[in-house]
Design a protein around this ligand. Structure first.
Ligand code: PEP
Ligand code: MG
Length: 926
């Protein structure tokens, strides 16, 4: 009833405005995330669910965007709506904003659509001035508390809104603590705090050049502007670039009644997850501080207590909190990240949002929630990021190596296991250097006393993070978990000196300096000197992951195959769930030590007989290579083999020979030294041969099917080796499905001729064996001309495999070997343009990693459609690097390929991504 009466003031103002820019918490809900931001939608939903949320309102993301569109002016009506909403809040709390007898204080916080922890700004205790502070004293009877709130406000407002240097405030605060002979802020007596407030205001005035604002409405206005502006600060932009969040979304601003966790020992503040964000265990996980304000928990100045201790400190609050946590998790059907404050024994919920979690937790929580009946299997599959699946299969430290390191006294300290994974590299003590070295390819472990949002650019490129201070919900821990980086936080056994760029180990004289090797284990919190070897995790022990992947397999439509050149890769691929080999690059087998000399003999031979003799020597090697790969792909129980695509020789032949430049140097050396006649003769011959084979553009030169057309004997030997291997294994009772792939076809006649030659080989072998050996011939579509004439090529191909590495290279005209280093990454990162604030991005992503939908994708789509029209039975797959990239997999699903083929490690990633693509696509089609 009261709500309806009091909301009308806001309704009236909204009617006079072009748009509704402000929503009271009770006017929103969880579905309004785009408009109200995650935080605004969360508090709105909690308010409507009847949970204890301090009243407030949200200024929309649209208002933020309108602010930017109109040259940083509040849009028409927004401020008036905010004032009207404030009136409602005043009525609901019975307090007055700026009222010197009964002051309402508010917090002003950012809240974007996607959570960006710590990236933007917050101002607390807003509404205090010399008059209202008196009201606060009178109301609370606690002068120390009131002046402490006041000095905190000045400090925060100055930093965030007035953009002053926070160090001056911290320095003065330290002087006061010293003078009062106390260790913490909370112990500074009231009389000193009063003086401190005066001094803080002077610092603010000196630094900003204007008097500290005493008008509470001016304070509010400026704080809202500062939050809007923080959407575009450097760290927020860096974070969004990294997480691929659009810069155009804008942030909402939440203005909320302050509640105080620092009003004595029956007050406190904390953050908690409904489940453990590192392991996924179903238990409350988090921490709190009694008699403290929110920023104290995150700042890591005082060490917080584990949430389970709240049971002893404030039992009824703990029970209520546990109940609310459970309700929220059930309501959202997802693990939540909660912020709360207790003011004089009364619990207030300040925030709920979907909790960030690492890979292990993501998988466990998804699988557990299905068992608990909270979510469906489809939802579980959709909830796990494919990249998290990849992380789970990342290497960990070798336990024996770790034990050895401990025995050698290299275990330096143990901190909090804030985010699992193993990281080893050079210790670097500042974010800028970490960024520089990390980008240059050095493995870096960023070591900080504690991290702040200003360190994010360094964290993004580091292998791992080590901090000396801060808890499981400190900035370092939260950001590292979000990034999937190993993190050891709150390592009290080390003292970090930023200025000296080193840390000292407490209780020993060990000093680790910048550039020294370091290893951190985010799963155990251990910190070691030196580099520790890593091992691969045991996929078979990842029970939850296997369950999830099993569900994914039921939903996906794309087959998931692997690129594997050796039996051991093929075995790993099968373990990870591959259903075939989509690419076996035979040339890698040619490179092996015992074969290379024969291969070189074959290449350098001057007559066909000589070449044939070398090929005859190679044949048994190849036959046994292929047998190994086929065998690895046979189900031992049924004897049935998965399909295996073996590609005939592809690279230019000179890749198997020593480099021309090296040979030239060698010959010149031998000539100048004299006396090596025989060797010199040989090297000269080789130099001449290599010289004659040199090409200006070898990637566009004599390679792929062109080689086979000029030297058919090579293809013939390989085909014979493949089919003889099949025949041998089939004699042993196995059933195989070999597919022979001819690379770099650009014209149908190329494929026609190669196929004609090789069909003759197959016939010959059938005759020898006295039966038909199953085989298929297909080609790679990796040249634009092949894609454009796919209808013609499909008439002579049983399958197409899109070689998107070469197809990207030839479509863009970007060299696979040089483009990334020379210019392509700059295209993606953006080019600095004088006079422009933002870098100019030429490409949204690296097209060698994620398929370029508009160009390369278009060619694939066209080739697939035309190929199928000409040959309805044609099988379509992809075997370029993109086959393991989730975004590219989605495109393959849209185009309707039959399978993707990727490196064995990426197979589980592809299984999840393919299922997600099928589910998303299914929903779109409905
Ligand atoms: C390709 O070009 O995409 C491909 C798979 O072949 P390669 O990388 O061996 O050239
Ligand atoms: Mg290729």
């Amino acid at each position: 009833m009261t709500q309806q009466i009091t909301s009308t003031g806001l309704d009236e103002v909204v009617k006079k405005s072009p748009r509704k820019w402000v929503y009271l918490f009770n006017e929103g809900n969880a579905t309004m995330r785009n408009l109200l931001g995650g935080k605004g939608a969360g508090v709105a939903e909690m308010t409507n669910a009847g949970l204890p949320v301090p009243p407030g309102f949200t200024i929309t993301t649209e208002a933020c965007n309108a602010y930017y569109d109109s040259n940083k002016q509040f849009p028409t009506g927004m401020w008036e709506q905010a004032l009207a909403a404030l009136k409602v809040v005043e009525q609901r709390t019975g307090k007055g904003f700026g009222d010197k007898n009964n002051p309402l204080l508010v917090s002003v916080r950012s809240g974007a659509r996607f959570s960006m922890p710590g990236m933007m700004d917050t101002v607390l205790n807003l509404g205090i001035n010399d008059e209202t502070v008196q009201g606060l004293v009178a109301l609370t009877g606690d002068e120390r508390f009131a002046y402490d709130a006041y000095r905190r406000f000045i400090q925060m407002f100055s930093k965030i809104v007035l953009d002053t240097d926070p160090r001056d405030f911290e320095h003065v605060l330290d002087v006061y603590k010293e003078r009062a002979h106390v260790a913490t802020d909370a112990e500074i007596p009231a009389a000193e705090l009063k003086q401190l407030v005066v001094e803080f205001k002077q610092i603010a005035e000196r630094q900003s050049g204007e008097p500290f604002p005493t008008d509470v409405h001016e304070q509010l206005r400026k704080a809202i502007e500062a939050v809007f502006s923080s959407w575009n600060n450097k760290r927020a932009r860096d974070y969004r670039n990294f997480n691929k969040i659009a810069h155009s979304l804008g942030t909402a601003v939440n203005v909320q009644t302050m509640v105080f966790g620092n009003m004595g020992s029956d007050s406190g503040t904390g953050v908690a997850f409904t489940r453990d964000p590192s392991t996924g265990e179903k238990e409350l996980y988090g921490e709190y501080l009694l008699n403290a304000q929110g920023e104290d928990v995150v700042a890591g100045i005082r060490t917080p207590s584990k949430i389970s201790r709240l049971k002893d400190d404030l039992p009824h609050v703990y029970e209520q909190f546990k109940e609310i946590a459970k309700r929220l998790e059930q309501h959202y059907r997802d693990m939540q990240d909660l912020e709360f404050t207790v003011e004089k024994g009364k619990l207030y919920m300040l925030q709920t949002r979907s909790a960030k979690r690492n890979a292990q937790a993501a998988v466990k929580v998804a699988v557990d929630m299905v068992a608990e009946g909270l979510i469906s299997k489809e939802e579980a599959v959709k909830r796990v990021e494919p990249s998290q699946v990849y992380q789970l299969l990342l290497p960990r430290f070798d336990e024996n190596e770790k034990k050895k390191a401990s025995q050698e006294g290299r275990l330096l300290a143990k901190g909090l296991n804030a985010s699992p994974g193993a990281a080893a590299g050079k210790a670097i003590f500042d974010a800028d250097t970490a960024e520089e070295l990390g980008k240059a390819g050095t493995s870096v472990v960023l070591v900080r006393p504690e991290t702040s949002p200003d360190d994010v650019h360094g964290m993004l490129v580091a292998r791992g993070i080590l901090t000396a201070r801060g808890g499981a919900t400190s900035h370092a821990a939260v950001v590292a978990r979000g990034l999937g980086l190993p993190c050891v936080a709150g390592t009290e056994g080390i003292r970090v000196s930023e200025s000296e760029k080193l840390f000292r180990v407490v209780d020993s004289d060990f000093v680790l300096r910048e550039g020294d090797d370091i290893s951190i284990d985010g799963a155990t919190g251990e910190v070691f000197a030196g580099i520790i070897k890593t091992v691969e995790p045991d996929f078979n022990k990842e029970v939850d992951l296997k369950t999830l992947l099993g569900w994914a397999d039921k939903f996906r439509k794309l087959g998931v195959w692997a690129n594997a050149d050796y039996p051991r890769d093929a075995q790993r691929a099968v373990t990870y769930g591959a259903e075939g080999i989509g690419l076996c690059r035979t040339e890698h087998m040619f490179m092996e030590q015992e074969r290379l000399p024969i291969v070189q003999k074959m290449i350098l031979s001057t007559s066909q007989q000589e070449r044939q003799a070398a090929l005859d020597q190679l044949l048994p090697f190849q036959r046994s290579d292929f047998k190994g790969v086929f065998e690895a792909m046979v189900n031992p129980e049924t004897g049935e083999g998965y399909p295996v695509v073996i590609r005939l020789i592809d690279p230019p032949l000179h890749e198997f020979l020593p480099s021309y430049e090296e040979l030239l140097v060698e010959v010149t050396r031998l000539e100048t030294e004299g006396g090596h006649d025989e060797e010199l003769q040989e090297k000269r011959k080789l130099l001449e041969a290599v010289g004659s084979m040199r090409e200006a553009n070898p990637m566009l030169g004599l390679r792929g099917c062109r080689l086979g057309l000029l030297y058919p004997e090579i293809n013939i030997m390989q085909t014979r080796a493949i089919l003889e291997a099949v025949a041998e294994l089939e004699q042993a009772g196995k059933k195989l499905h070999p597919k022979i792939m001819i690379p770099l076809v650009g014209h149908v006649n190329e494929l026609k001729e190669v196929r004609r030659q090789l069909e003759a080989v197959a016939e010959d072998i059938d005759k020898q064996q006295g039966r038909t050996i199953e085989h298929k011939f297909g080609t790679m579509i990796e040249l634009p001309r092949a894609a454009l004439t796919a209808d013609q090529i499909a008439t002579v191909a049983d399958f197409f495999s899109f070689g998107t590495n070469d197809l990207t290279q030839t479509t863009f005209g970007f060299s696979r070997d040089d483009a990334e280093a020379k210019f392509l990454l700059r295209y993606v990162e953006g080019l600095e343009e004088p006079g422009l604030k933002d870098k100019v991005k030429i490409l949204p992503v690296n097209p060698f990693q994620t398929l370029d939908r508009d160009g390369v994708g278009q060619l694939i789509r066209m080739a697939a459609e035309n190929g199928r029209k000409a040959n309805p039975d044609i099988e379509l797959g992809i075997c370029g690097e993109h086959g393991g990239d989730p975004d590219s997999i989605e495109l393959c699903q849209e185009i309707g390929l039959d399978y993707v083929s990727c490196s064995p490690f990426r197979v589980p990633v592809a299984r999840i991504a393919a299922a997600q693509a099928a589910l998303t696509h299914g929903e779109k089609d409905k």
